[in-house]
Design a protein around this ligand. Structure first.
Ligand SMILES: [Zn+2]
Length: 70
């Protein structure tokens, strides 16, 4: 898919992003910024310092087991 406009400032920083289903305002597949690097998938309640911030709506969530690296 074409690089989305809302993520334009991260096009050269893909390694910081994941694709995932934003369940906040978007309820759609989005690119999001991971809170820390490097990271490994964790259960939603296992590592509260690991979350993704949606580049479209700014919503945050912790379901790292569903994130796909770009
Ligand atoms: Zn969103």
């Amino acid at each position: 898919m074409a690089w989305p406009k809302y993520a334009a400032s991260y096009e050269d920083k893909k390694h910081l992003l994941v694709q995932y289903l934003c369940k906040r305002k978007c309820n759609a597949q989005r690119y999001g910024l991971v809170s820390k690097q490097p990271w490994v998938p964790a259960g939603a309640d296992e590592d509260r310092s690991l979350f993704v911030t949606c580049l479209k709506c700014g919503g945050q969530q912790f379901d790292s087991y569903n994130w796909v690296r770009l």
